[in-house]
Design a protein around this ligand. Structure first.
Ligand SMILES: Cc1cc2nc3c(=O)[nH]c(=O)nc-3n(C[C@H](O)[C@H](O)[C@H](O)COP(=O)(O)OP(=O)(O)OC[C@H]3O[C@@H](n4cnc5c(N)ncnc54)[C@H](O)[C@@H]3O)c2cc1C
Length: 468
């Protein structure tokens, strides 16, 4: 290796990475889309869906499956090019906010129902894959989260207590016998964890970083959501030629919602629909108004704020079992330092099957009007991932090597930290399935099914997801 010690004997600052072209491993695996299919005339439908990511495609899938209504799906770009083609692809069902806090706000029953709904979205994904005969690879495994502070541990044990009360699957928790806070864990949680040698913590987290003293393990998985939506779209077009229409390269810039329907405006064309479902994720560059021109909004804590998430990935020739790890790095929940997450998975390339390890964590709030979805990944972010995440993802990988893939994507956050699913309380023709708050693959699928149930006329009990 190059000797980088200066003549003064001091270690020089490591060269930062240069900005790199955006390259997502999921978009790289997609099939060609064929020619663009713009909306070229006014149209009329029962249900208009805006956005062809996993949320829009799942909403179309379940609506067509559950109802006899006609569905028209509009996408500004091509299918799967939003966050669905630029995520980590991890199948995970936690809220980016402690479940017990959600219970404090909405009551334990509603919090448990919401968690159950996300957990059961694993099964809905299976239904989508099997019924559409999608050949996208879905891997399932146990994922592990490393913790080193009492605050984190207690928050997760409290969540687990709620899970137990609600009869949900519990997360497994182990605490190192070396944990400095072992004796401070409140006795009410005694039955929710077991004490193990520190060696076991190292094994589970695949690290020799002995800061980590406790591990929470749960059901996870991984799949390429971009190829999934592309394949489901092809199925829907084939299966429902009389009831399903798809247009891409068509940006909806204004939606007007009336008492018994909505109109969607794009360039010079208009779509009239009995219902419109927004599956637009963090994109907020369209207006939504009522018949008098007044903007239609949601409760302050449900409004979508866009953030950008960044990722890098490296390929390894040898096949390693798929796995997911996250490493908490702040002392208390909500602290500034983002956690780092790593997903290791099987990845098919033109030259064979390899192991792909994806690392993420850094996020930044943005001015949506300035976001370039295809802009480069800032070198400073790659340096950060290389310094902070790589030693956990693959300790034997030397620092400073180029990454095989680097990418970023847009996510929609709400102040309340909870997805918005369902009909607007004052404008029932307008429905939502958005607001991932960092975790949106399975929640989008749950949202698609829930919206379909509402559109089929079912009266669902109140939920934490209800638009307010
Ligand atoms: C870096 C990163 C990592 C992530 N990792 C994970 C993870 O590991 N696990 C997980 O569960 N979630 C993860 N997520 C979140 C998850 O990817 C998203 O929640 C999910 O893909 C969102 O799907 P969607 O359909 O709501 O949004 P998108 O896929 O963004 O689709 C929205 C679509 O709407 C279209 N659109 C928007 N506005 C308009 C308009 N006005 N007119 C027409 N079309 C419009 C867009 O072009 C876009 O195609 C991650 C996200 C990012 C960015």
């Amino acid at each position: 290796m190059e000797d980088r010690t200066t003549t003064s004997g001091q270690e020089p600052e490591r060269d930062p990475y240069a900005d790199q072209p955006l390259r997502s491993p999921w978009i790289a695996q997609m099939a060609p889309d064929g020619p663009p299919r713009r909306l070229t005339a006014d149209a009329e439908t029962d249900v208009a869906i805006v956005g062809a990511g996993i949320a829009g495609i799942a909403t179309a899938f379940f609506t067509l499956r559950t109802t006899s209504q006609r569905v028209l799906l509009l996408e500004r770009d091509r299918v799967g090019r939003g966050a669905t083609g630029r995520n980590a692809g991890q199948l995970t069902t936690y809220f980016e906010r402690p479940l017990h806090e959600i219970a404090d706000e909405f009551g334990a029953d509603m919090a448990i129902d919401a968690q159950r709904a996300f957990d059961e979205a694993h099964d809905l994904l299976n239904v989508m894959v099997s019924e559409t005969r999608a050949n996208v690879q879905v891997e399932r495994f146990t994922g592990h989260m490393g913790m080193f502070s009492l605050n984190h541990l207690v928050v997760h044990l409290r969540n687990n207590l709620l899970r137990r009360q609600g009869g949900l699957r519990e997360e497994t928790c182990v605490v190192s016998e070396k944990a400095e806070f072992l004796r401070q864990i409140p006795s009410e949680f005694a039955h929710l964890y077991s004490v193990v040698p520190q060696r076991r913590i190292r094994e589970l987290l695949n690290t020799d970083d002995d800061r980590y003293r406790a591990v929470l393990s749960d059901r996870k998985g991984a799949a390429n959501s971009a190829t999934l939506v592309q394949q489901v779209l092809a199925f829907l077009e084939q299966r429902y030629p009389d009831r399903f229409v798809y247009h891409d390269n068509t940006r909806v810039d204004r939606i007007v919602v009336g008492d018994d329907g909505a109109s969607l405006h794009s360039d010079e064309h208009e779509v009239s629909a009995s219902n419109v479902v927004l599956c637009t994720n963090g994109f907020v560059d369209h207006t939504i108004e009522d018949g008098t021109g007044e903007p239609i909004t949601l409760a302050a804590d449900q409004r979508i704020v866009a953030r950008v998430g960044f990722m890098a990935a490296f390929a390894e020739a040898q096949q390693v079992l798929p796995a997911a790890f996250s490493y908490i790095r702040n002392i208390t929940i909500g602290g500034d330092t983002p956690y780092v997450y790593v997903t290791r998975r099987t990845y098919d390339r033109h030259d064979g099957t390899i192991t792909l390890t994806c690392m993420g964590g850094p996020e930044s709030p943005i001015d949506i009007t300035e976001y370039d979805p295809d802009g480069p990944v800032p070198g400073a972010i790659l340096t950060n991932l290389d310094e902070q995440a790589r030693p956990l993802a693959q300790p034997s990988r030397p620092p400073g090597l180029p990454y095989d893939f680097q990418w970023h994507g847009l996510m929609g956050y709400t102040d309340g930290g909870i997805r918005v699913i369902g009909a607007h309380p004052s404008h029932p023709a307008l429905l939502y399935n958005l607001g991932c708050n960092g975790v949106g693959f399975l929640p989008s699928i749950h949202g698609g099914q829930r919206v379909a149930r509402i559109l089929s006329g079912e009266h669902l009990p109140p939920s934490v997801f209800d638009p307010r």
